[in-house]
Design a protein around this ligand. Sequence first.
Ligand SMILES: Cc1cc2nc3c(=O)[nH]c(=O)nc-3n(C[C@H](O)[C@H](O)[C@H](O)COP(=O)(O)O)c2cc1C
Length: 455
Amino acid sequence: MTPLILGIFQYIGPNGTVGSAWQHPADTSADFLKISHWTTLARTFDQAGLDFLFLADSYGYPALNGELLEASVREGRGIPHGDPMPIVTAMAAVTEKLGFILTTSTTVEAPAANARRFATLDHFTDGRIGWNIVTGSSGATAAALMGKELISHDLRYDMADEYVDVNLALWEGSWADDALVLDKAAAVYADPAGVRLVHYEGRYFATDGLLNVPPSPQRTPLLVQAGASGRGRRFAGRNAEAVFLAGGDPAVVRANIEGIRAAAIAEGRGAEAIKMLVGALFITAPTHDEAVSKYDEMLAMSTPEGAAAIYAGNTGIDLLALDPDLPLQQLNTEMGQSNLERYLGSDGRPAPLVRDILENFRTTGINGSVFVGSPDEVVDQAEAFIAETGADGFLLQPHLTPQTYDDFIGLILPVMRARGLAKPALEAETLRERMFGAGPHLPPDHHGRRFAFGA
Ligand SMILES: Cc1cc2nc3c(=O)[nH]c(=O)nc-3n(C[C@H](O)[C@H](O)[C@H](O)COP(=O)(O)O)c2cc1C
């Protein structure tokens, strides 16, 4: 089997992706506002040979009808949540190989501001940066915070296509490859013939200007996407080079992956143009029984109220207010759709009841896949999951920080390496080269190449 891509999931908050694990004595995630917390983690991941650290983000938070959800505040779930951008340079400074994938929403800042920040970060990280493009989970509260109305779901994605185009036009088109001269003797910094203003006029976004940063190692950061609704999959087919998917039922994950691959082909791209990375939680210990105790301990820190708050913030649906003995009656939302579609029943199977949805969300969170057992057992489970779904790798979600990762690195990675499921070691290279063995620039079949200087 080809070695898996292995990334780490974190966000700038007290966390654990099932329940509120910060309360555990061994958990350090409540230190999320200390630089040393992040530099220590980044060094660990870099030295272990993991591919990248992904920092999720949202301006939104759990609230309904203009009211905060108390469980969210009390349990530290979804609130608080810091900005991932500022910490990356500190982590880049203490690492050599680890990639960094950062989330920004297409509904918050002007596209040119986003382009400039990522171009600068691509320089500062020697090409180790990726952009997780989201239209924003918890969209209603994010919009309210910005003093705006919530934009309807599919329109958000239509606008996001243009938002990405403006970024691509600036990254790919502002500077020629050889524009930077840096000739001290001749006093020439850059060749004026190789630098130009970019013109883009869309329905929703436009630019008439220059990306004021010389071309970075990758020019365009690795483009990542994380929404699995029907419209989200089309967006991925057009734009993404990697997709983060929720795990869970392998048949559902497989259908999602096939849908995204078909969307890429419809855009004239190769079937292998997008790497499929599934969010998963690995709970392990030297023995099966110890692993199960860790799992039970985790579930004891996960309340229905906390799970319902996260679900409500993401979908706008309050599971606690619904009849627990009925399936979901609401079949659509203008907020995040993946976490609704996940529970509507498919392939002729009956839709789950509200009480089952809440329990499933309480015990799996946004992970979907939770592998529990001794190192050999969880690697067996993971290997079977990859074979069934056709995924390219995992996004390792935390229960306890750093214990989940220490267990993965110390106990699971050696088993994966022995089975050829994980790379033995990594090169210092750009994130795109890491993911595809090619690069560092966008591949020729990506539509962003049409914006290239001189194209
Ligand atoms: C592993 C994983 C990571 C995600 N990370 C983010 C994130 O950082 N920010 C965000 O707004 N949405 C993130 N999402 C996506 C949301 O859960 C949600 O599906 C999406 O924002 C709404 O789009 P949709 O309607 O296409 O589902 C993530 C999803 C998964 C499965």
